[in-house]
Design a protein around this ligand. Structure first.
Ligand SMILES: [Cu+2]
Length: 211
């Protein structure tokens, strides 16, 4: 039985985690500057170098151990977006869920966070354009069609879960959708291996702005 925890720890990302993201994503110069100055508002600013004000069209989302690059995006309601989700890890599976709040469940290690409580993708039309190296993908309540064969990895059984493309090491997938009218702040994260990836820094934020 799932409990609910209406809280996201993302506002409390400590400085060490931010630095780890910067180094991990290869923004060495920016990370060096941020470390020298040691000012968290500067570290915050450099996260956004090279990113447009609004992400639209083809948006690359790189996955590594344990981060997303970028770890912040801005989407506009009604825009057509193609996410190319690319797992750059040599060893680890990574997924991408988007939502709000957390669902928890009892485990041998105590109560643990399992997934987002509110799945961003519920009711959203998504087209899978291309993929290579998908371990599994649960559509949950997204409305998914595909331009490519998706057997055996696509699970279209509606369940009480999150829409979640899960990639093998070096796997990638491209999917397209129109940003739904769900403005405000959303969170993304990887819940592979329980909550470990998320807690280690594999998470980000999306601000959805009105058209
Ligand atoms: Cu992961």
């Amino acid at each position: 039985m799932n409990g609910e925890q209406e809280r996201n720890t993302l506002e409390e990302i400590p400085d060490w985690s931010r630095r780890k993201f910067l180094v991990g994503s290869g923004v060495a110069l920016a990370a060096g500057a941020a470390a020298l100055i040691g000012n968290s508002s500067i570290a915050k600013a450099v996260e956004r170098i090279g990113q447009p004000a609004v992400n639209t069209g083809l948006v690359h989302v790189y996955e590594g151990d344990y981060y997303f690059a970028p770890n912040h995006m801005t989407w506009r309601v009604g825009d057509l977006i193609t996410i190319k989700q690319e797992n750059q890890s040599d060893y680890r599976y990574h997924e991408m869920m988007i939502g709000r709040g957390f669902d928890t469940a009892p485990t041998l290690l105590g109560t643990q966070i399992q997934q987002f409580h509110t799945d961003f993708w519920n009711g959203v039309h998504v087209t899978i354009l291309n993929a290579d190296g998908v371990d599994n993908m649960t559509t949950n309540r997204a409305i998914v069609k595909a331009d490519i064969p998706t057997s055996p990895w696509l699970d279209t059984n509606p369940a009480d879960g999150n829409f979640s493309p899960t990639l093998l090491p070096h796997g990638w997938i491209e999917y397209q959708f129109r940003v739904p009218n769900k403005p405000g702040r959303w969170y993304y994260g990887c819940f592979v291996q329980g909550f470990i990836h998320y807690e280690e820094g594999m998470r980000g934020t999306i601000d959805i702005i009105e058209a």
